[in-house]
Write a protein that binds this ligand. Structure first.
Ligand SMILES: *Cc1c(COP(=O)(O)O)cnc(C)c1O
Length: 364
């Protein structure tokens, strides 16, 4: 007898992660130290020292389960973002929060709205609950919020928005998001995924927790994987009013955020110096990369994140060529962008290594 699985599960195309450094080293016989990975939008500074120390202090306690309700971590988040603790849903990475939202709110057959070229996990979360995806065509590679509003159907339960978006790096200004939120029916939940919000320039910033105060149908999602430098620990969160938070915590796995991640996140939240350096090294690297692409006459999308999408034509060939030069970037053919590569911003010397290899790959 063959294994029975729902058709919507069989149709899921597994998430394609950036190639790990160890895998490239194995496959191409390269030394690990030589390899530059600009493929997963990780923080090139690594993790904060403050978080390392907090984790070391936590090691002795690992024989016990973590605090399932994350009391201390929620208190730290509440203080840092000036929100009540009962607004917070902790996630094993923000991916977890996105899936928790779909599980808590959507039944098989109902619909979820998201944009073309938006984060791959929205499709996975949709398929994982057997929901129907309404994929709204992008405008200039970014979210078309008016079209997304118009695409909402009576059975739509969730809308996913990434702002800034990955992999395109596009950004919708606060005024447009506010207009969208005001126009969405109150029975449709909006997930506003702000994984890159710490990288926005001061002029573009806004306080989305004010919208959470205003809208009971909004979940703001944040991550510790990017500017906070804790991608390997898996730590993210959702901020929503208590009714929605309560629903999400019913389907959240107990102990979904481990003790080390909780300790590290508390330390990282208090480490404003690390956050400031993350922002500054990213600003400088982004400007350097975009200026180099402009000078080379290569098309790119001006980015609001910690990565740039660049149009190279035969992306598979350029990707391969870069791998031979020990540089890992991210192909985005799976997003329907077969001519583009996504390059994360690295340390200054990593950016230079990439740019030199990139010029060779393009025959410049
Ligand atoms: C990187 C990223 C995340 C973060 O994922 P984690 O699970 O927190 O590591 C979430 N949303 C978007 C759009 C991202 O690019």
């Amino acid at each position: 007898m063959s294994i029975q699985a729902p058709e919507y599960v069989r149709q899921i195309a597994p998430y394609q992660a950036g190639k790990p450094i160890s895998e490239l080293a194995r496959e191409y016989g390269l030394q690990v130290e030589r390899i530059v990975k600009l493929a997963s939008n990780e923080n090139p500074l690594g993790m904060p020292e403050s978080a390392k120390r907090a984790m070391a202090a936590e090691l002795a306690e690992l024989g016990r389960y973590p605090d399932s309700n994350g009391f201390e971590l929620k208190a730290a988040i509440a203080a840092r973002y000036r929100v009540p603790p009962d607004w917070i849903t902790l996630g094993n990475g923000s991916n977890d929060v996105l899936e928790i939202a779909a599980h808590a709110l959507v039944q098989a057959g109902q619909s979820i709205v998201y944009s073309q070229y938006s984060f791959a996990v929205y499709a996975l979360a949709t398929q994982g609950v057997g929901a129907r995806a309404i994929v709204v065509p992008a405008r200039n590679y970014g979210h078309d919020l008016k079209a997304m509003r118009a695409a909402i159907e009576p059975d739509t339960r969730l809308v996913f928005i990434a702002n800034p978006n990955n992999p395109t790096g596009t950004f919708v200004p606060a005024a447009e998001v506010a207009e969208f939120l005001a126009s969405v029916p109150s029975n449709v939940v909006v997930v506003l995924d702000e994984a890159y919000t710490e990288y926005l320039e001061p002029a573009d910033r806004f306080d989305s927790t004010e919208w959470v105060r205003q809208y009971p149908n909004l979940i703001v999602v944040r991550t510790f994987s990017k500017a906070y430098g804790l991608a390997g620990l898996r730590m993210g969160m959702g901020l929503a009013q208590p009714e929605l938070t309560d629903l999400m915590n019913r389907v959240r796995q107990p102990f979904n955020v481990n003790s080390l991640a909780q300790a590290a996140a508390i330390a990282a939240l208090g480490d404003e110096e690390f956050l400031r350096r993350s922002y500054e090294i990213n600003r400088a690297g982004l400007q350097r990369m975009q200026a180099a692409f402009a000078e080379m006459g290569v098309e790119y999308l001006p980015s609001y994140g910690n990565f740039v999408l660049v149009r190279v034509g035969d992306a598979a060939a350029v990707y391969e060529s870069l791998l031979h030069d020990a540089v890992i970037v991210r192909p985005v053919g799976g997003y329907g962008l077969p001519e583009w590569l996504r390059v994360s911003v690295g340390l200054p010397e990593e950016n230079e290594t990439f740019l030199a290899a990139f010029k060779r790959a393009l025959g410049r």
